[in-house]
Design a protein around this ligand. Sequence first.
Ligand code: MN
Length: 228
Amino acid sequence: MTYVFPPQPPVSLAIKGSDARFAVRRILCVGRNYEAHAREMGNDPSREPPFFFMKPADTIVEDGAAIDYPPGTEDLHHEIELVVAIGKEGFAISEAAALDHVYGYAVGIDLTKRDVQNRAKKNSHPWDWSKGFDHSAPCGPIHPAASVGHIAKGRISISVNGVVKQDQDVADLIWSIPEIIAYASKDMRLMPGDLIFTGTPSGVASLKRGDTIEGSVAGLGSVNFSIR
Ligand code: MN
């Protein structure tokens, strides 16, 4: 096999306690999965089934990165999220079997151009340009479920320049991780390497140049980055 140009190497994340890497295939993201955040975005959280959007795999940036403030926005928001790392292929996965497909968990940030997203919503356009831009998915190392167990509760929080901005509990997810996996895999065959960003609590806010950000989930350490 020859290629007309060298293929990009796979995007990958560190795995806590291992020299092996987790090769990232796709990034699925759940919208509106904490009640208070759905309300702060002006939506009714009670009646809506989970919905998804995606980011390209190469939007991942690893812990400790300095990210340039992205072009085309004046309202870059942080969204702290629990990330589920899929380790086993499956289609139409039952809730009962869902956790068998989870390799591990991480702390991620769904960076969002909120002004671009609001314009897209208003005009019934896709969200992609507000969500899938370069460097929009800072993510910490994968913690294998074999080491840390499965995550269903625990503090999820983010601080900007040392000030806590989002602070809630993973137990407050509207749709649980098994439910999310079951829903997503009804329409799409999940594959090893897929990541699922599971939605953000309330308290999303703007970032600016010079900010340092630390996101954390109990049991999964933290992800740190800065904006330059
Ligand atoms: Mn999000």
